[in-house]
Design a protein around this ligand. Structure first.
Ligand code: EPU
Length: 350
């Protein structure tokens, strides 16, 4: 184990916010974590797990010991008549895993192409895009308890997945079980990919691609290429313009609330959910309040997708986490005043 002091975190968060970790340990295996737990000084420090930094807003230097997860590896672990089970180290880049699985001939993750971040972060917020969520392909994960050093395995039910949520986002005991935020470090994740692969095409942007190309039965590779093209067209590349993906969750409302909003704003983008609730497009609500292109300091609202907040100052003159949060609060207030809906941020604020 190698303890690093005063480590710049700008390269490790996709917003590109400048902040430092007072102390940082790179976790490449269980042994690195056990060494932290066995160290009489480090054991006393609070800890902050960091993956690809694609879903965090840093509001200052991090005083907790940063555990930067860099566990490597991608492999096929087992195979049944119905599934391939593949496993990846938590430190692998998510998109690299999607590309690798397709190259190896294990389709199923193609709709989740180009989502920034690491494999270890993917279950934390149950990443999702274009009609597929991580929980639809998830098999199990291995993690370590930071208090006891125990290794444990969780299946999907134990992860408590829901829309952009899991036990790893909850700090304390809740109705669904014990929250694991700040307590568990995810080390490896396994995915079950069905051999009888079916394309997932029930999303407007993908239907458009089918119409444009005239391809009615795309391969997994074609869907991968389409998803990459769609994302590149409307989401900023964090390498070019710092951001943390969608900044707010899409809110759900009752049919009555939705009818009320439609009466005032007939164009509101809404999707009926299987449980009878209605999901609204947060990007549309923010856009309707006139936020596209607006800024607070160097934090801004992306011109092509109002749900994405961006760092307009680049690496040289980056926005601060405070500017991002001031902008986010102003957006929340104006959406609340116009629609009566309080948007919930997606990223973790550190
Ligand atoms: N819209 C606007 N103005 C905007 C933004 C969106 O009118 O500024 C409208 C769009 O025209 C569309 C609707 O809102 O009719 C929804 O927009 P979009 O299809 O871009 O999807 P989204 O709901 O904004 C969600 C996920 C994305 C995911 C896409 C595709 C959330 C919070 N976001 O975005 O996930 O890539 O669907 O499946 O659920 C992420 O979580 O970081 C993320 C990028």
């Amino acid at each position: 184990m190698n303890l690093e002091k005063n480590v710049p975190l700008q390269p490790y968060n996709t917003f590109g916010i400048a902040a430092k970790a007072q102390a940082l340990v790179r976790v490449r295996s269980e042994a690195d974590l056990l060494a932290v737990l066995a160290d009489p000084q480090l054991i006393t420090l609070p800890r902050q797990v960091l993956g690809g930094g694609s879903n965090v807003v840093l509001t200052g230097d991090v005083k907790a010991l940063v555990l930067k997860v860099e566990v490597p590896g991608m492999r096929l672990v087992s195979e049944t008549n119905k599934h391939w089970v593949i496993e990846a180290g938590a430190g692998e880049n998510w998109h690299d895993l999607v590309a690798w699985s397709l190259q190896q001939g294990y389709p199923g993750l193609e709709n989740l192409a180009l989502i920034p971040g690491t494999v270890g972060a993917s279950p934390v917020q149950n990443i999702g895009a274009y009609g597929v969520e991580l929980q639809d392909r998830f098999e199990s994960l291995d993690a370590m308890d930071l208090f006891t050093g125990q290794l444990f395995t969780l299946d999907a039910a134990q992860c408590g997945f829901s829309y952009r949520d899991s036990v790893f986002k909850h700090a304390s005991a809740g109705p669904e079980g014990l929250g694991l935020a700040g307590r568990a470090v995810i080390l490896r994740v396994r995915f079950a990919l069905a051999k009888r692969w079916k394309p997932e095409l029930g999303y407007l942007d993908l239907e458009r691609k089918m119409a444009e190309t005239g391809i009615q039965q795309p391969t997994a590779q074609q869907i991968f290429d389409w998803v990459c093209a769609i994302r590149r067209a409307k989401l900023p590349d964090p390498q070019v313009l710092g951001n943390a993906g969608s900044f707010f969750k899409n809110p759900t409302v009752t049919p009555e609330q939705c009818a009320d909003i439609i009466a005032r704003d007939p164009k509101v983008v809404h999707y009926p959910m299987p449980d009878g609730s209605i999901k609204l497009a947060a990007g549309w609500l923010i856009d309707a309040c006139g936020w596209k292109g607006k800024s607070v300091g160097h934090a801004g609202v992306y011109e092509k997708q109002a749900l994405v907040l961006v760092n307009r100052g680049g690496r040289e003159n980056p926005c601060t986490g405070g500017e991002v949060m001031t902008l986010a609060k102003a957006i929340q207030t104006s959406v609340y005043e116009r629609f009566g809906i309080m948007l919930e941020p997606e990223p973790v604020v550190i």
